[in-house]
Design a protein around this ligand. Sequence first.
Ligand code: ISC
Length: 380
Amino acid sequence: MLAAKNFFTQIKQQYDRGLPFVAYRKPVPENTVISGESGVIKALLQKDATLHVVKDFSEKGFVFSPFDQKGQTVLMPYSDTEILFSRLMGKTGDQGKGNKKEEEEIKTNSADREKHVTLVRKGVEAIRKGKLEKVVLSRNESVPISDNDPISIFQRLLELYRDAFCYIWYHPETGLWLGATPETLLHIRGCVLHTMALAGTRKFTGTTKVKWGEKEKQEQQVVTDSIVDSLRFRVKSLKISAAGTHRAGNLIHIKTDIQATLIPEYKTKNIAPLLHSLHPTPAVCGFPKEEAKRFIRENEGYDRSFYAGFLGELNVDITPGPVTDPHNRDSALYVNLRCMQIKGDSALLYIGGGITRDSVPESEWEETVHKSQTMKRVLR
Ligand SMILES: C=C(O[C@H]1C=CC=C(C(=O)O)[C@@H]1O)C(=O)O
């Protein structure tokens, strides 16, 4: 375990050399005692600038996968990297309850606002007329930055968002990405699988004891139902928690935890079939999936790139043992939300929200402004 200062200096040197790396910390749930694996920040420093891609998800390493699965999933293989560990102590910083600038941004009749409101209106119309039940519509926004040290932005993410999966990823072919996502796509440890249905958003106003409206509950239920459907024939003993409120920085969401045991046939396979049936879930795409994908492709008007894709550890050995033993593997993949791409002296933020027949376009715009604060709060 390296001292934090040494750890971040080594990552910075790697970045200055233009070589690929990823550094990340898994979520540390509230009231967790920081010990053992919890709160560990890990970094993989690739030895050269090769672009490794995933062929069938039997590989071992850290993956970075785009929203559109026709695109390449980039791999940082464990075999080709130096691995560093550190741990960040100290208390969580102020995750924020909103500010004056945010309120102004909501009201300003900007071109971004007009564009997003029009897009959402079109989405609501399509839902009311056709087969589409839900579609997640997003936008990107460029924010000027003066801080040219992305490692310090990453440190601020780690301090602010304990309960999120925080990362910084760099490869010359994909560029520099950072994020703090509240959403787990898939965690498989041996034959035990864990995932979540996360949707419905409000601003955090000091409490998680809130009464959710019908629109939000319906939007989240679509996600739970679709995940359960994708898993049904691949697992046994499916456990679905009651829906609860989950805090993510300055926001709250509705969350259902889903846990299952893989059936023997799937235990022995790699996780590709599971991933392909789960991703993208209606939390980032919509329902039915193909109709939602088509609507996004034809109407969003920009490339989501790695936003709403997934990232994380693939096939880590839990304990030393035969590498072919699937009971001995651990994969922890997260949905790439609340993220941004740093390009020179600006940050490109990606934000979206679930649209149903009852969505109010102006409120959906407001929601994206609130969501954009997760990243804006760490920019200087
Ligand atoms: C698509 C995003 O969030 C998803 C996750 C939680 C809540 C969501 C919502 O309320 O719309 C979205 O489904 C995003 O942050 O860009």
